[in-house]
Design a protein. Structure first.
Length: 285
C-alpha cells in the first residue's frame, strides 16, 4: 500500500535538500511537506496504534500532540479537518497514522508518492526503516567545499536569534568532518534499501535529465511543473530566511563557488580531511 512506502530525502545540511523537496513537491503526484520531525518524535507514545484507537478522543489527543511539534506550523493544519480525515481513513498502524498527515497536506493532489525531507533524520535512519520497512530514499550529495561556503555564509549573515536557525560551524575542520561523517552514515544505512544517490551539481547543471531519473526511480512521468518549483514554493516564511534561493530559478554560479570563496589553505584542509567522500562522489580524482 502507498501508505507504507514513503520517500525520505536525506543529505548533509546546506546540500540542497530543501530545494530538492520543493522541486519534487511541485509534481502533481508527489507530496513532500516542509520539514517537521513528528514521525520520530511521536513514535514512542503512539507506536502501538491500531484500529481500536480510531476514535474521536484518541485522534484528538494525537492531533494535540502533533500540533505541538517543532515546525509543524508550516503545514497550516486545520485540526478539525485533520481529525475528520483520520476518522475517515481509519489507520490501523502508527505508520498509516503518520501517513495521514502527509496525505491531508496534499489532499488537493492525486498523490502517488509521498515523503519527507529532514536532515535531522540522519540521526534516526534506523527508526525510519523500522516504521517504514519498504521506504525509499534519495541521498542528495553536494561538494563539501561548497557546503563549507554555505555554512560560513550562514554563520556570518543570519540573525543569531532567528527562530529555528540552523546551528552550523564556521570552522573548516569541523565542517569537513561533519560532511564526511554524515554522507558516510547515510550511504551505509540506506545501501540495503531501495535508493538513489543524486549530486546537487547534476540537479543544477543537468536539471531535466537528473529529475527525470528521479521520477523514473519513483515510477512517475515527467511534469513541466517541476521546472517552475520556485513559483510553487510552499516553504514557511520563517525558514525562508536561510532558504531564499528556493524562490528563484537555479543559479549555476553556485557550483564550484569554493574556488573563489575559500582560501587555498581552507581548500587543502578540507581535501585532506574529507578525501574519502570527495573521491567517492567524484569531487576529487
Amino acid at each position: 500500500m502507498i501508505e507504507n512506502t514513503p520517500l525520505f530525502i536525506l543529505g548533509n545540511p546546506r546540500s540542497g535538500t530543501s530545494l530538492f523537496r520543493i522541486i519534487l513537491n511541485a509534481h502533481p503526484n508527489i507530496v513532500i511537506p516542509p520539514e517537521s520531525g513528528f514521525v520520530q518524535w511521536w513514535y514512542p507514545k503512539y507506536k502501538d496504534w491500531s484500529i481500536v484507537d480510531c476514535t474521536s478522543v484518541k485522534i484528538a489527543e494525537y492531533i494535540t500532540d502533533l500540533l505541538s511539534s517543532k515546525k509543524i506550523e508550516s503545514f497550516g493544519i486545520d485540526a478539525d479537518a485533520l481529525e475528520n480525515y483520520i476518522l475517515k481513513s481509519q489507520p490501523q498502524t502508527y505508520a498509516a497514522l503518520s501517513a495521514c498527515v502527509y496525505f491531508f497536506y496534499g489532499n488537493k493532489k492525486e498523490v502517488k508518492v509521498w515523503g519527507d525531507k529532514n536532515n535531522y533524520y540522519i540521526r534516526h535512519i534506523a527508526l525510519l526503516k523500522e516504521i517504514y520497512p519498504k521506504a525509499k530514499f534519495v541521498h542528495l550529495v553536494r561538494d563539501g567545499r561548497d557546503v563549507a561556503c554555505s555554512y560560513k555564509e550562514l554563520s556570518e549573515n543570519l540573525e543569531k536569534d532567528a527562530l529555528y536557525r540552523p546551528k552550523l560551524s564556521s570552522e573548516i575542520k569541523t565542517i569537513a568532518e561533519e560532511w564526511q561523517t554524515n554522507n558516510k552514515k547515510i550511504a551505509n544505512q540506506i545501501k540495503d534499501h531501495e535508493h538513489i544517490t543524486i549530486r546537487y551539481e547534476d540537479v543544477v547543471l543537468n536539471f531535466d535529465e537528473t529529475i527525470k531519473s528521479v521520477l523514473a526511480f519513483l515510477k512517475l512521468p515527467w511534469s513541466s511543473l517541476v521546472s517552475h518549483y520556485y513559483e510553487l514554493n510552499d516553504e514557511s516564511a520563517i525558514t525562508l530566511k536561510w532558504k531564499e534561493k528556493t524562490l528563484k530559478p537555479l543559479d549555476k554560479n553556485v557550483v564550484g563557488r569554493f574556488i573563489k570563496d575559500l582560501t587555498n589553505e581552507e581548500i587543502t584542509a578540507f581535501d585532506e580531511i574529507a578525501s574519502d567522500c570527495l573521491r567517492k562522489f567524484r569531487y576529487l580524482v
